[in-house]
Design a protein around this ligand. Structure first.
Ligand code: B12
Ligand code: SF4
Length: 412
């Protein structure tokens, strides 16, 4: 069976557009690698490597099966793509995997252009599916891998360039993006239960040797910067200590994420991480209001937010601060408290503040509540982090001014 896997995303992003959208889709890359490792040939493309729908139409000609990797933001593109596949040849099998299957199952099942939907991780089950799709139900559940070291590394030669371009805000290009773990033990209401449903409740992590082995394999392409794309790279003290020693000889600058509580618990860890190359520390501070932090079940305190920024600032690392405004019931005072926190982060570190307006994605408790209460102003075809007018009752004009610093004189 001639098969093709398609990453959705933005047309042409690879060539010139937003570098965020040009980054490799690891999930899709892992699917291809595991198929090839088990002797199944499968080709790979992405809308980001194509110019337009006409190019997509040419690309899919002659394939018996076309699979798609889909996040919620990709949904409008997915609908159009499966329509085109079926118009060209109704017999071509279409299958969809990725987070959207976990959070938006029913609308995918309702789409007559989609033959199969695939829940969860694909490395073990998808190669079996390719052997004989007729043996599978329309809704497939992937068997998760208990030991991530047994999964083949992404075959990065499937992408037009094995390494990626970097966002100019930090580090130099080319970059190498790596994932070391799956799952998250925390329970933030703007994120869960989607991740737990997708990856299971247990956090799994590759061994330090396995991660370092993959990085070394790609040093031949001369990356200048590494991005550890895990939700949380800095957790598990022992793993990090082993990593620090193993990474020391590589000594490339890198970006990684953590939480404010972990920084406060192990401040000395970040001095060591800085020593071996950690240049950017991404933290999900989210809010400067304790009521909001509690409401979103962040599990951190405002005090930890302030303290962790100061700790990281002292190491000399840059902070990538993930901030959210516009939660349901959030007051202007609470929003100003968040702006005050941002100003603190900027005053104690080389900060890159990344503010976003809360978007009610389905599949997480807060998003689902907003949808159920009729508060959501975005339908499934308009889910993205950017823009405003996400939920009713939020003054987005005020928030835009606040983010731009217009009210800083009012903040004590
Ligand atoms: C790295 C990352 C990014 C990177 C790179 C994204 C990329 N192109 O890969 C960047 C920073 C660019 C990014 C951006 C965004 N991201 Co992001 N990101 C992640 C992160 C941390 C890791 C993704 C990953 O590689 N996972 C590991 C792999 C193994 O899992 P996987 O991708 O799901 O793939 C497996 C299965 O889904 C399945 N599978 C996947 N495709 C297919 C296809 C077929 C045919 C089959 C059978 C199976 C299958 O098999 C794979 C292997 O087991 C996840 C969180 C997470 N831990 O997954 C969030 C996450 C995917 N991102 C999310 C979001 C919301 C975004 C943004 C929309 C945020 C924004 N800025 O607006 C953008 C969208 C960008 C876009 N359209 O590409 C959400 C998705 C929510 C949703 N409902 O879709 C997640 C889950 C975070 C969260 N908890 O909210 N992201
Ligand atoms: S936001 Fe981060 S800490 Fe919270 S549940 Fe999601 S991945 Fe875990």
């Amino acid at each position: 069976m001639k098969s093709l896997l398609v990453d959705l995303g933005q047309f042409n992003a690879h060539a010139y557009s937003d570098p965020f959208f040009s980054w490799h889709n690891h999930g899709a890359g892992l699917v291809v690698a595991s198929c090839r490792a088990t002797g199944h040939s499968i080709d790979f493309t992405g809308l980001k490597y194509l110019t337009d729908w006409e190019a997509f139409k040419q690309k899919i000609k002659g394939y018996d099966l076309v699979g798609f990797s889909c996040l919620s933001t990709d949904l409008p593109k997915l609908k159009q793509a499966v329509r085109i596949v079926k118009e060209l040849n109704p017999k071509t099998i279409t299958i969809v995997g990725g987070m959207q299957v976990t959070v938006g199952t029913q609308s995918l099942l309702d789409n007559p252009d989609i033959d199969y939907i695939f829940h969860g991780e694909a490395e073990i089950t998808f190669p079996k599916f390719l052997e004989d799709p007729s043996k599978f139900d329309r809704e497939i559940r992937g068997k998760p891998t208990s030991n991530l070291d047994l999964i083949p590394w992404i075959d990065r030669m499937i992408y037009p360039m094995p390494l990626e371009r970097n966002v100019q805000m930090w580090g130099e290009s080319p970059i190498f993006t790596v994932l070391t773990a799956r799952g998250c033990p925390f329970n933030c209401s703007f994120c869960q239960p989607a991740e737990k449903k997708h990856f299971g409740a247990m956090v799994r992590r590759r061994s330090v040797e396995n991660v370092i082995g993959e990085i070394k394999e790609y040093l031949k392409f001369k990356p200048k910067f590494i991005i550890f794309h895990d939700d949380h790279f800095c957790f598990n003290k022992q793993w990090l200590e082993d990593f620090i020693e193993a990474y020391r000889p590589i000594s490339l600058p890198f970006w990684a994420a953590t939480r404010a509580d972990f920084v406060c618990q192990y401040p000395e860890m970040f001095t060591k991480l800085k020593e071996v190359g950690m240049e950017v520390c991404s933290i999900g501070f989210e809010s400067g209001s304790q009521r909001i932090l509690d409401m979103v079940r962040k599990g951190t305190t405002v005090e930890q937010n302030y303290q962790s920024a100061s700790i990281i600032g002292k190491t000399g690392m840059q902070i990538y601060a993930n901030i959210m405004y516009g939660f349901p019931t959030e007051t202007k005072e609470e929003q100003m408290a968040t702006r005050k926190l941002c100003n603190h982060i900027s005053s104690v570190s080389k900060a890159l503040i990344s503010p976003a307006f809360f978007t009610p994605y389905p599949g997480n408790d807060l998003g689902d509540d907003c949808i159920a209460q009729g508060l959501s102003m975005v339908d499934e075809d308009h889910l993205n982090r950017y823009g405003k007018d996400k939920i009713k009752g939020v003054d987005y004009e005020f928030l835009s001014g606040l983010v731009a610093g217009l009210y800083d004189n009012l903040i004590k």
